[in-house]
Design a protein. Structure first.
Length: 398
């Protein structure tokens, strides 16, 4: 886009602009504006395993659950429409066990345009955080910390897990066309998404003739010093294992939660259920039961308490779990085959307007034979595996 290229060139050449703690904005003579914002976060993380393989320990200097972000946005108004384009780069800090920059990741998470309509509603088209489950992660206190690292993954690349797979499924940044009503006390969003393949190899449900459908409804209420937010969300997609004929499988999910802020105390309770979603990162393996045609059920949730001590410091604690089950038709029983849980306590101190200091401790573990993404990627965990994660670090938003 020529306009965006010129704006970036202006930054490189030192064009005068107004800088603030939450972004740098340049107003152009043609009515368009350009903004640059984001964050950098760095944590020291120490993990101590307790597994059948032994008691290993790891130290790492790394990115937390939220990656570092560099976001670029251009906004303008034409024919009564509020138009914008947005690019979000999400680099990592750690080198993943190799030298220099070879192990770092630059994740292009956001590439989208928005069309603000005259009635206050909006159309978003491109790559952005999905609707299903996004409120669960956005209200998680470990988003500003580390949370669970993953048993045996003390030196892993990418971000940490927070509560991904330990209380909710990761919504991911997906290609979509989403419509949202005007922001306010109540807001509804619905979108068509790039569908996902289920399973692996020749038995995969790899034929996706219709988009995935996701929706979300949020309601906000404020009364004096008390504030409440309630949300519900849903997901549905269908896939086939052959171009013609064959079997079709429908995946669906539901999620709900509430956040209640009562003066200095904030409580969050959320949960999800689904079939054919898998676990951890959603559609990342083991969505299909042993018979090859039945969707496996999964569920999970978390509870979180945060108390504010003074204007700058908050102390929080949370517990959550995520389960993946066999299916009676496909696997002979309905027993839980994967159950991961974690407890996290943390101190979150707003040192300055832009700088945050975080100290966290987490115990994570497994009470079942771990399947899904964890097993497919890292070989799984034996029942009873545990790990202690201690982390401390800084987040600077600009």
């Amino acid at each position: 886009m020529k306009r965006l290229t010129l704006l970036l060139l202006g930054l490189a050449l030192g064009v005068s602009a107004t800088a603030g703690a939450q972004g740098l904005t340049m107003q152009m003579s043609n009515g368009w504006a350009f903004q640059f914002s984001g964050n950098v976060n760095v944590f020291w993380s120490f993990s101590k395993e307790n597994t059948t393989a032994g008691d290993a320990s790891n130290s790492s200097v790394r990115t937390g659950l939220l990656p570092a972000f560099a976001t670029f946005e251009a906004r303008g108004k034409e024919a009564g429409l509020n138009l914008a384009v947005h690019f979000g780069f999400a680099p990592q800090v750690q080198n993943f066990g190799v030298h220099d920059q070879f192990g770092t990741q630059i994740d292009m998470r956001q590439v989208y345009l928005t069309i603000g309509l005259k009635n206050g509603s909006q159309i978003l088209a491109g790559r952005e955080l999905a609707l299903f489950g996004r409120q669960n992660i956005l209200n998680d206190m470990t988003l500003f910390g580390v949370g669970a690292v993953g048993v045996g993954l003390g030196q892993s690349g990418g971000t940490t897990l927070g509560r991904i797979g330990y209380g909710y499924l990761y919504p991911n940044f997906n290609a979509q066309v989403t419509y949202s009503t005007k922001p306010g006390q109540a807001q509804f969003s619905v979108g068509l998404f790039q569908p996902s393949v289920l399973g692996f190899g020749t038995s995969a449900f790899a034929f996706t003739s219709v988009p995935r459908l996701e929706g979300e409804f949020t309601y906000n209420q404020k009364s004096g010093k008390n504030a409440y937010t309630f949300w519900v969300g849903g997901l549905w997609q269908t896939t086939k294992d052959a171009p013609t004929g064959g079997n079709s499988l429908s995946s669906f999910g539901g999620t709900a939660g509430i956040k209640a802020g009562m003066q200095d105390l904030t409580v969050v309770v959320s949960g999800y259920i689904g079939k054919g979603l898998g676990t951890f990162f959603t559609f990342s393996g083991d969505e299909v039961a042993g018979d090859g045609t039945t969707a496996r059920p999964s569920d999970g949730g978390y509870v979180q308490l945060m108390y504010k001590f003074g204007p700058k410091t908050s102390v929080g604690g949370s517990w959550g779990f995520s389960r993946l089950k066999h299916d009676q038709t496909g696997d002979g029983d309905e027993a839980v085959t994967s159950n991961l849980y974690s407890y996290t306590v943390g101190i979150y101190h707003q040192w300055t307007k832009s700088l945050k200091f975080v100290l966290e401790g987490t115990q994570e573990g497994s009470t079942g034979e771990t399947e899904g993404f964890y097993a497919n990627t890292f070989g799984g965990l034996a029942p009873g595996s545990k790990q202690i994660d201690i982390s401390a670090g800084f987040m600077l938003f600009y």
